[in-house]
Design a binder for this molecule. Structure first.
Ligand SMILES: Nc1nc2c(c(=O)[nH]1)N[C@H]1C(S)=C(S)[C@@H](COP(=O)(O)OP(=O)(O)OC[C@H]3O[C@@H](n4cnc5c(N)ncnc54)[C@H](O)[C@@H]3O)O[C@H]1N2
Ligand code: MOO
Length: 237
């Protein structure tokens, strides 16, 4: 009877597999330590012991622990909503035929998956053309419903690279260009309380810049205190 209260006077339990019933008697074939197979009140969590603190990530074990302590509700951070835009007239979404000179848009789908994996809620804002007015309209629409924006492509110095001038109008450019490769054209604009991350169009840049700059920011927005993967922490220290 696993889980039952100990009968009065008993202080250990023998597993029934090592016993044999013989009328009113029980034969026991294996010894058991005093208090063997007994769980005591307060054994896993002592009275007034703190089981988890602020900034703790609620994974399945934490949820199970909260349930065992009869905590049906806890205060949590809201998951950040993150709008994702690909920019460039050459881009073709999935499912459409690829015309000569066109490139399949892969960043938007990769970034979507990265946002989900980092615990955010992605909002797909589609592809913005190489046109300042339309790009600004799409960015503003995105920021009306998201806590952050990630835009890829059009951030270099070419005449079709309209993203930088739109982002300069929208807010304060905190940085643009980082001494790394891939990803050297990464930048960050602050708009009200929202962060706008700009990433080069190169698909490898997109993946790497997200991991280095965007993921830690999203984790911070979601209340996490450990922002860098352990292998990155050791690399930076
Ligand atoms: N004069 C200079 N030219 C370039 C420089 C520089 O410093 N000076 N840096 C180079 C580097 S490094 C990169 S990276 C690119 C970054 O420029 P952009 O962000 O403006 O990138 P795009 O031209 O828009 O795209 C680069 C490449 O990636 C393709 N792309 C764009 N978006 C997507 C997408 N959503 N999915 C898949 N592929 C995408 C795009 O078609 C281009 O082939 O600038 C260099 N030039
Ligand atoms: O340095 Mo560019 O930003 O490859 O990718």
């Amino acid at each position: 009877m696993t889980g039952a209260m100990m009968p009065e006077g008993a202080d250990a339990v023998v597993m029934q597999e090592v016993t044999q019933r013989d009328g009113d008697e029980v034969k026991i074939f294996e010894g058991v330590d005093k208090t063997g197979n007994v769980r005591f009140t307060g054994e896993s969590v002592a009275k007034e012991q703190q089981v988890m603190g602020k900034g703790k990530y609620l994974r399945p074990p934490e949820v199970s622990m909260l349930a065992s302590l009869n905590c049906p509700e806890v205060t949590v951070y809201r998951k950040p909503t993150v709008a994702i835009v690909s920019t460039g007239d050459e881009l073709t979404p999935l499912g459409e035929p690829l015309e000569p000179g066109k490139i399949r848009d892969s960043n938007r789908y990769g970034l979507y998956a990265q946002v989900e994996e980092a615990g955010g809620i992605p909002i797909d804002m589609g592809i913005a053309p190489d046109d300042e007015v339309e790009t600004e309209r799409i960015f503003r629409a995105a920021l009306a419903k998201a806590d952050a924006l990630i835009t890829s492509g059009g951030v270099s110095v070419g005449e079709h690279d309209v993203v930088k001038s739109v982002l300069a109008r929208l807010g304060k450019i905190n940085f643009w260009r980082v001494a790394m490769k891939p990803g050297k054209t990464a930048g960050l604009t602050a708009f009200r309380t929202e962060n706008l991350f700009w990433i080069a169009g190169n698909p490898v840049s997109s993946l790497v810049v997200f991991e280095l700059f965007v993921r830690p920011a999203l984790l911070k927005m979601a209340g996490h205190t450990e922002l860098l993967a352990s292998d990155l922490q050791s690399h930076f220290s």
